[in-house]
Write a new protein. Structure first.
Length: 252
């Protein structure tokens, strides 16, 4: 299951949301603002199918400007440590406006064979919020809502999709999700799929498994697979389990 650029930029976006930066959606891209006050835009370059970080500054002193650029690069590396980030290069300068860009690359093998910790700092400490937030167009964070559909309606939709696939396809998808066979999330999902005979049974199974997923490792695994399965056929079940786990923790 090859990950698309859209999948990768989604993973980057969700990682920032799980961290300590401010994030705002901006017409096809998103902007993150660090504690230093520096902001960087991250977006897809359609002409060469790459992910780009763009930074602008009005600093006219070349040494101080380079310090700004170096600081920003360190912050990006800290927040998305699972990606390779090239050095910033100046691409444009008009009067007192200087524009720099850097490339962001995520190795395919990292997605499938390494553990990606969402919201981690340079020391490797995990910062995972127990209640998900979403940013509106103004950049304000509001409590996440599951969908316009009720959970039962979402479960019915999930059952319909699962009826079109077999156990081998599910197992192969789980293999490609960076989940070890011993992962509690993987074990829980396997049990859920076995009980997906109808919407009510599916919801019961999801609630039963949500109670068992209570460690930081479980939460991190769940955040990762949700981020990389936004459009996959397992997304409805993963989304329901995600909401059940984090709603439970938020209420607790």
């Amino acid at each position: 299951m090859k990950q698309t650029l859209a999948d990768k930029i989604t993973l980057i976006r969700e990682n920032f949301r799980a961290g300590r930066v401010e994030l705002m959606e901006v017409s096809g891209s998103f902007r993150v603002t660090f504690e230093t006050g520096q902001s960087v835009y991250i977006y897809l370059e359609t002409y060469d199918n790459s992910i780009t970080a763009r930074f602008e500054t009005n600093e006219t002193d070349s040494e101080r400007r380079q310090q700004e650029v170096d600081t920003l690069h360190r912050l990006l590396v800290r927040e998305i440590s699972f990606a390779d980030i090239s050095e910033f290069k100046e691409i444009q300068s008009v009067k007192n406006r200087f524009v720099y860009t850097a490339g962001i690359r995520i190795d395919e093998s990292i997605l499938f064979h390494e553990t990606i910790v969402l919201g981690s700092d340079a020391a490797g400490e995990t910062e995972i919020g127990l209640s998900e937030t979403k940013a509106d167009a103004a950049g304000n964070k509001t409590p996440a809502v599951s969908d316009d559909l009720s959970d039962l309606a979402r479960a019915e939709k999930a059952v319909e999709q699962l009826e079109t696939i077999d156990a081998k396809m599910i197992r192969q998808s789980l293999d490609m999700m960076n989940l070890k066979r011993s992962s509690n999330v993987r074990i829980g999902l396997t049990r859920i799929f076995r009980n997906a005979v109808d919407a009510e049974e599916l919801m019961h199974a999801i609630q039963d498994e949500a109670v068992k997923l209570n460690s930081d490792k479980d939460h991190n695994d769940l955040q990762i697979i949700k981020a990389i399965n936004m459009d996959g056929f397992l997304e409805p079940v993963i989304g329901l389990l995600y909401d059940a786990v984090f709603d439970r923790n938020s209420a607790g």
